[in-house]
Ligand binder design. Sequence first.
Ligand code: NDP
Ligand code: 8X3
Length: 265
Amino acid sequence: AKRLEGKTVVITGASSGIGYSTAKEFARTSPANLKIVVTARRVDKLEQLAKEIKEEVGDGVKVLPVALDVSNPQQVKDFIPSLPAEFQEIDVLVNNAGLVKGVAQAPSIDLEDINIMIATNVTGLINMTQAVLSVYKKRDQGGRGDIINIGSIAGREPYPGGSIYCATKAAVRSFTDSLRKELISTRIRVIEIDPGQVETEFSVVRFYGDKAKADAVYAGVEPLTPEDIAEVIVFAAGRRENVVIADTLIYPSHQGGAGALHRKS
Ligand code: NDP
Ligand code: 8X3
């Protein structure tokens, strides 16, 4: 926890699920002198999050809610310059914003859904990474700071009905791996965390708001909670500077692959 003291953390997609829990976990682990910029499109949820953190840990942690649509390149470009000066020296970026739309199979995949998934999960993540690298690269030893990318089991094991989403997460994996190699001479840590099944708003978004269909995904299984992933993210950020938790895959105990889930009948 000491290692995180005084750091500035930026989390994308902090209005729900894994991102929401990650903000809380950072706050709990290092309640003194931490700054967290929580971003997403739904600012009301971010304000609620800031309020909950304040109630839990007090004023030691400064939480700044910022509206940011990562699929909008101009908003990403303006993001760091428009932060108050005390939040601009970012130390940790958690690239968590992401989504899946639908279960359609080729040739019936909606063009709009394809574009949203790629613009958010791939282009958005890359643009955010490039934006913080301009801050990290100014530091000594060629640069310093953490980039934590949330991939997925879906990026390792593609499944029918998920071709675009799986392709976006495979792209995250490739980009992350290249980047780690490109930054080998620096102190910039490039970290990938790949969850298996986590119960969040993920499936509600996949089924365009149909809660019954989303609930069916989790019927009879015991998924991870967003807190489970948040703990791993904060653990990775809190390692000694020479330790890179480069790549992790996290399942609930009854999962063995993308579609391989033990279901109680
Ligand atoms: P949620 O739907 O609960 O949260 C997704 C978050 O992403 C929300 O805060 C949403 O905020 C944000 N988001 C979506 N689009 C944008 C955008 N254009 N700009 C900014 N923020 C955006 O799902 P999860 O917490 O499950 O998802 C988080 C990450 O984890 C995703 O990358 C997902 O692919 C990944 N993942 C999830 C798994 C699961 O089983 N749940 C498993 C493996 C990986 P808002 O709508 O307010 O903008
Ligand atoms: C979410 C996991 O396998 O449901 O990334 O697509 S999966």
